[in-house]
Ligand binder design. Structure first.
Ligand SMILES: [Zn+2]
Length: 102
């Protein structure tokens, strides 16, 4: 059985308040995120980091190295292009419709 690499736990983006119900490790998509892993909010695209309790907190982009920053830029671009083509992901669309997200 294939292991689900998604970390499934509900949390809230500290930047925009978007309800997040799963996360992947963007730099190593086959790995489950762990303490210190970075993540990106699917709604506002803010870079986040898992703290020791695996809660999401704002990440300091200045702490990321050039390779990580380049990867983050690619993911943000992919999210933006995907949203332009397909519209926002269903969870984002529903919350924006209800005025819950910016
Ligand atoms: Zn957000």
């Amino acid at each position: 059985m294939e292991q689900n690499p998604n970390f499934v736990r509900e949390d809230t983006c500290p930047a925009c308040g978007h309800h997040l119900d799963s996360a992947t490790e963007p730099l190593q998509p086959l790995e489950r995120p762990g303490w210190g892993s970075i993540s990106i909010c699917i709604n506002c695209k803010t870079v986040l980091r898992f703290n020791p309790a695996m809660k999401l907190q704002l990440a300091d982009e200045h702490e990321l190295d050039a390779e990580q920053l380049a990867h983050i830029r690619k993911i943000r671009t992919a999210l933006t292009i995907n949203e332009k083509i397909h519209g926002p992901p269903p969870s984002v669309r529903a919350r924006r419709r209800r005025g819950m997200d910016r």
